[in-house]
Write a protein that binds this ligand. Structure first.
Ligand code: HPA
Ligand code: ZN
Length: 329
């Protein structure tokens, strides 16, 4: 079996995926029409042309615009179901997904509509083809901590469905320290914590995510290599770093996949793995991310196995399930 076939067939987990980032242009148009929402694009070609981002901020503007077509519980269900089918296609057996409730609640959509649509689709995928899952609610860091507390209040009623809280959106200028109290309260309420850090922002944001927000994983984290002490800590603590190669190219974190630092992170023995982030916007789902980064960096089969095993180890599957899946790799 060649390495591409191996990547496609091997059971995998995904740990960094924004469900709103799986909204494909065709679905965006269908929903806009159905819900009578105007979007700033005339056709799918125009949408694709707009996906020419210069940085995180320029992506987020279009991403929040796209999310406005999601109105009914069925829209969130259909969005999530389409992603679940992609998991089946890519042999993803376990996924831990993010959603951004403030994006929806702040434009008048009830929290229940959002969480129930997502949860019901994942439950159906679990029943029908065994996909296991966790749901992580992200706070938008460009908004205030107060707004975060308000959304946390609403999440408390859905503790049975929401496993943890994360932090996403515009990183630069919105440091982890802005949300210290919010994360403390989230932990007291029983949520595990995660945060995007070191995507565009400095290594200090990774330190602060660990020390102040007590995160279980760092999302992206690719800027860590600038700081030797941080690398040592991440390696010693086996802190997972959920790297997203195609996202990093689309948002110009690196100029080219060949310049991506994933191989250096592997060589530093960091707990890294590959994820798709916002696949409908960044040009590919998990298998495509793995196939393209393998080719660009000439990763060996051992490197690929390490990435996949790291992902299982960094997931919140039970220890028994982790061992069972890893034994199949
Ligand atoms: N970074 C920050 N916020 C996001 C991202 C990301 O990669 N994707 C969706 N929201
Ligand atoms: Zn992300």
């Amino acid at each position: 079996m060649n390495i591409v076939e191996f990547i496609k067939k091997v059971p995998k987990t995904e740990l960094h995926l924004h469900i709103e980032g799986t909204l494909e242009p065709t679905q965006m148009f269908e929903l806009a029409k159905k819900n009578n929402i105007s979007i700033p694009f005339k056709n799918i070609q125009e949408v694709k042309a707009a996906y020419n981002f210069s940085n995180l901020e320029s992506f987020l503007k279009i991403y929040y615009e796209g999310a406005k077509v999601l109105i009914k519980e069925k829209d969130f269900f259909d969005l999530t179901w389409a992603y679940a089918l992609k998991c089946k296609e890519d042999n993803i057996v376990h996924t831990e997904i993010f959603f951004d409730p403030q994006t929806h609640v702040n434009r008048g959509i009830d929290f229940e509509i959002v969480i129930n649509g997502i949860y019901k689709a994942l439950q159906k995928a679990n029943r029908e083809f065994g996909l296991s899952f966790k749901i992580i609610m992200c706070f938008l860091r460009h908004l205030s901590e107060k707004s975060g507390f308000e959304i946390l209040d609403q999440a408390l009623i859905h503790k049975d469905k929401i496993f943890g809280v994360g932090l996403d959106s515009s990183e630069k200028g919105n440091p982890p320290s802005k949300f210290k109290k919010l994360f403390k309260k989230s932990i007291e309420e029983g949520f595990l914590t995660f945060a995007h850090a070191g995507e565009e922002g400095p290594p200090e944001y990774i330190w602060d995510s660990i020390n102040l927000l007590k995160v279980k994983r760092v999302d992206h984290g690719v800027q860590c290599l600038q700081d030797k002490k941080l690398v040592e800590k991440l390696r010693n603590d086996k802190t997972p770093l959920t790297v997203c190669p195609l996202s990093n190219i689309k948002l110009h974190v690196f100029n080219d996949l060949k310049e991506h630092n994933l191989k250096k992170m592997l060589d530093e023995k960091l707990m890294v793995m590959v994820n798709s982030d916002d696949p409908a916007y960044f040009g590919g789902y998990l298998n495509k991310n793995l196939i393209e980064i393998q080719s660009a960096l000439s990763l060996s089969i051992i490197d690929i196995k390490t990435l996949i095993i790291n992902s299982f180890k960094s997931s919140f599957l039970s220890e028994e399930k982790k061992a069972e899946w890893i034994s199949k790799i």
